[in-house]
Design a protein around this ligand. Structure first.
Ligand SMILES: N[C@@H](CCC(=O)N[C@@H](CS)C(=O)NCC(=O)O)C(=O)O
Length: 232
């Protein structure tokens, strides 16, 4: 497929600017990773809201781009070899946008793998564990009588926060002096845990002073502030 109009998703969410990266998202902790990255890089893009209230994520048009029915997803009209590139999974999208923009990924080869290591730590650990904690603490799972599942995710979330806190000792960002996609992947989830999920006390967030310090620096970035509200 060589034109954006060949992609069924553009029938439900028409592109006003077909030369720009098309973002299909919502301001959730996974969604804002990509809107923050786009704001940080300055790459031109157009945001489309995928409304969970209307089950937009289950429509054939959305599934044609993101078969796992999850946001975020993108469609880049100018992908590799000048052809459109559809992509889902926030980690893969961050890696792609870092390569495309030449930003937020270290030049040094060893440091690149280290950055990817921390992106994977977020994708495989922090995201899924905090997400389950949210279910058992804030959503339907909070009414379950058996508190063992909740306690398991609380314990695992605390353990992960401890790993991150220890790593951040003496560092400005996850990769030291350099702000990278590892930070962009991780800190929306930390913010969500103590904000929207209201789980700060539950995980004893006060114990993790380094995580708190870097979270504060993250949310103070103007591009982060903008990205957190996209799509509006
Ligand atoms: N591993 C995926 C997870 C994405 C994900 O869980 N997205 C949620 C919102 S944060 C979603 O789209 N949920 C809709 C649904 O499950 O129907 C990623 O990082 O992109």
């Amino acid at each position: 497929m060589n034109a954006l109009s060949d992609f069924p998703i553009t029938q439900k969410w028409p592109a006003q600017h077909p030369d720009r990266i098309q973002l299909y998202s919502l301001p959730t902790p996974n969604g804002v990773k990509v809107s923050i990255m786009l704001e940080e890089t300055g790459l031109p893009y157009e945001a489309h809201k995928v409304d969970f209230g209307s089950n937009d994520q289950l429509t054939p048009e959305f599934l044609s781009l993101s078969p796992n029915n999850k946001i975020p997803a993108i469609l880049d009209p100018n992908g590799p070899d000048g052809r459109p590139l559809p992509l889902f999974e926030s980690g893969a999208i961050l890696v792609y946008l870092a390569a495309k923009s030449g930003q937020f990924m270290p030049q040094d080869v060893a440091a690149r793998y280290e950055t990817l290591q921390w992106v994977m730590f977020q994708m495989g650990g922090i995201g899924p564990m905090f997400g389950q904690l949210g279910f058992f603490h804030k959503f339907a799972g909070k009414d379950y009588e058996d508190k063992r599942p909740r306690d398991r995710y609380v314990a695992e979330s605390k353990r992960l926060l401890g790993v991150l806190d220890k790593h951040l000792q003496g560092r400005d960002w996850i990769m030291g002096g350099e702000y990278t996609i590892a930070d962009i992947a991780t800190f929306p989830w930390i913010r969500n845990l103590i904000g929207f999920y209201g789980a700060g006390e539950l995980v004893e967030f006060d114990r993790f002073a380094n995580v708190r310090r870097v979270l504060d620096a993250f949310v103070a970035r103007p591009a982060v502030e903008r990205g957190l509200a996209i799509p509006g």
